[in-house]
Design a protein around this ligand. Sequence first.
Ligand code: U2F
Length: 556
Amino acid sequence: FPTLTVDVARLLELIGTGKESLSFMKKRIRHLAQQWLRAARRLEEKLAGRQRDQKHILVHIGFLTEESGDVFSPRVLKGGPLGEMVQWADILAALFILGHSLRVTVSLKELQSHLGVPPGRGNCPLTSPLPFDLIYTDYHGLQQMKQHMGLSFKKYRCRVRVIDTFGTEPAYNHEEYATLRGYRTNWGYWNLQPAQFMTMFPHTPDNSFMGFVSEELNQTERQLIKANKVSSMAVVYGKEASIWKVRGKEKFLSILNKYMEIHGTVYYETQRPPEVPAFVKNHGLLPQHEFQQLLRKAKLFIGFGFPYEGPAPLEAIANGCVFLQARFSPPHSSLNHEFFRGKPTSREVSSQHPYAEDFIGKPHVWTVDYNNSEEFEAAIKTIMRTQVDPYLPYEYTSEGMLERIHAYIQHQTKSPAMQSSPSPLALSPNATHLVWSPSAGRAPQTWPPVASLQVWVSEPQHTCTETCRQHGLVCEPTFFSFLNKEEVFLQLSIACDSTEYEMNHLYPAVAESVHECYLQKEPLLFSCAGSNTKYRRLCPCRDFRRGQVALCRDCL
Ligand code: U2F
């Protein structure tokens, strides 16, 4: 078994030098090293005696390669996106601390030198000439690997994990289906298992949730933060001046300015950017550690609508701020918004940070209509009066991230389609849904274990993601194959005049008005996302650990 590794200097060496983005990542790893080590020790105690395999892992950060244009590195010190670098730094730290053997590449040349891949035999063989058990990369890296590996790419693609910030829904991933049905994207069509895509927040249960971490506080720091909070201090979320070019800003900022001193961390070269009003105290872009210090003093962290779904709101909440953000009505998505256009998802983004809105909520997060001055002003007044403790969801702590990645690496090896075919499910006593019954024979070996499965039927126009959530559960696409059977309709007392197998990401489902039942013909299209007024969908749901939605209760 690998030992949880402590030699952080070795990791920093592996990452290499020569880019501002790499320096940012190394600084972050160095700064969080003690936190990672403490988390590793706690996890070790928790996993005592459990099997842990050591994997050979290649981490190829495609978006940082010159060959893909590397637009990020030159903007690191100029207010450009850092979220991706935050996440990659944390992925590297987590994989290393878990004791796996790592190689890191940020150029095509290095990638090529590591991929000696003469064609072998069989489908995704576990022992073969490819010297890596797992490859973590992104969409740019995937493209580069495909070009370099030629035919063997197809054979080994099951070992790839794609870090994909906003997620890829199954309908966009399946090449033939996406092409036929017009799920057009700049990225999709890779025919991977949807769980191979790993997101920054738990956006859709179809993908795996990779996440990142936020800095954690000890008891003394928590007390200090509470004692030193300035209830009239607000920090604006937006390190690049363009973020401040938002409609209606004058109105809501002048309301905020009546009550609070407003601070910003906007990058500038020589003078204040014209987009930033004179009454804002601008500190310029701060190093990450100093930004956290500013958040420790502030009461409020306020978003202007962009960037979407970044790390900063979690950091603010972890440092005891309230996060105030705009509700999007209608929600933003790839169908109506430039930023999301071409991204392989139809997910509707209901605010700047839906995770903060849905998974955290009040008193830490306020989502309001910025065009409604009364609602906005009332929120500010209440926030100033309310005492709020620092809060960090477990899944964004170092221990939470280590636990999740450990579980994925240990268990997520077989694709759902490869898991053994189950016998029928038994009805639960209350007959509103189905559960796995121990009397139905030996449970098939699956991960998550099938004992956590509950089958619920959605209302029309509801996704399985929503349906499971309504029942306090989470959609688990691995289990779709268990309910994609004619007898399941019968067990749910659904009358089917006809039953067809078709390719459709909403199936299995029933068109109730006409008593037509549909089963899924293409396992790659099993999808928690997606809804239609015509169908009630059969949804596989499971329980989850508090604060760790990626894992079921018995999933460790
Ligand atoms: C997101 O990327 P961003 O970089 O825009 O995300 P932010 O939430 O602004 O924060 C990234 C980090 O920047 C740090 C802060 C965060 O961890 O500690 N920071 C800083 O170092 N100094 C400062 O003065 C202020 C912040 C998202 F993550 C990406 O995936 C998206 O591509 C992007 C666009 O939606 O938004």
